[in-house]
Design a protein around this ligand. Structure first.
Ligand SMILES: [Zn+2]
Ligand SMILES: [Zn+2]
Length: 265
């Protein structure tokens, strides 16, 4: 496998084994509304500079204790994005949210009736979601904090985490599952099989890189599809997709299954 550095002119176009691929979108970026370092405008300009066609702003859902965006601020962010669409008409700007998957009956910190408020809802497992303070949630959080790696996790812990995520996948229209396996070890094959059925994309997250080539090959046994995102918390990381390309190439999987990579030649 050989990856050629991106050409200066278009930094999100890369050659892999003689074929050229372009990153079409980066839907998972954070801003100062949660704990990112740049403004919404900064992330959009970074994406424009790279030639990305679609940028997504997906700050943390309101249920996170540390950096969840309160609903009132989400309304402000939505209005800001609406204004920025007029300022930057040549790039598609999507207003999303990275909801928190929670080990409670609610399942997610975004309610079903709130989904139409966003252009998309992605979701992932994070420490510090509010319902993590319920007795069941707290036990789950402490267990995962103590044994966050798959090789340390107990079968019971993996089963619990998998069931919590599967519940969210089945009950909410989640666009993509962020950084699966990170922070909470799960049965990735089962998760991928459910994602294939619900049409939820599996994220290859270049900030966390929690998936191995072996994980990817295993998940490819299902019909699940994938999306590459930077999870940028600083504007300079927007569009960072080289680590994902290297992993995909190492796994030897079909790039056609990655929805936001386009083969140019
Ligand atoms: Zn996350
Ligand atoms: Zn994130």
């Amino acid at each position: 496998m050989s990856i050629t550095d991106p050409a200066d002119k278009n930094k999100v176009s890369v050659s892999v084994n003689g074929r050229k691929y372009q990153l079409l979108s980066d839907l998972h970026t954070h801003t100062v509304y949660s704990h990112g370092k740049g403004s919404v405008d900064d992330n959009i300009r970074a994406a424009i500079d790279l030639g990305i066609q679609t940028i997504g702003i997906a700050d943390h859902g309101p249920g996170h204790i540390g950096f969840g965006v309160p609903r009132k601020k989400l309304a402000e962010q939505k209005a800001e994005i609406r204004a920025l669409r007029l300022k930057y008409p040549d790039i598609k700007i999507l207003f999303g949210v990275e909801a928190n998957i929670i080990a409670s009956e609610a399942g997610l910190d975004i309610k079903p009736e709130e989904f139409p408020y966003f252009d998309f809802v992605c979701a992932g497992w994070h420490y510090g979601a509010l319902d993590g303070l319920s007795p069941r949630g707290l036990a789950s959080t402490l267990t995962n904090l103590a044994r966050s790696k798959a090789e340390q996790a107990s079968p019971r812990q993996i089963r619990h985490n998998t069931e919590v995520i599967v519940f969210a996948l089945k009950n909410f229209d989640i666009e993509f599952l962020t950084h699966p396996g990170d922070k909470a070890p799960v049965d990735l094959l089962e998760i991928a099989a459910v994602c294939a059925r619900t049409g939820t994309l599996i994220e290859i997250n270049t900030s966390h890189m929690s998936l191995t080539a072996e994980d990817l090959r295993m998940m490819m046994l299902t019909d699940a599809r994938f999306i590459v995102n930077s999870d940028a918390h600083t504007p300079d990381r927007v569009g960072d997709f080289l680590p994902a390309l290297a992993l995909i190439a190492e796994a030897g999987i079909d790039m056609e299954r990655v929805v936001n990579l386009k083969c140019m030649s």
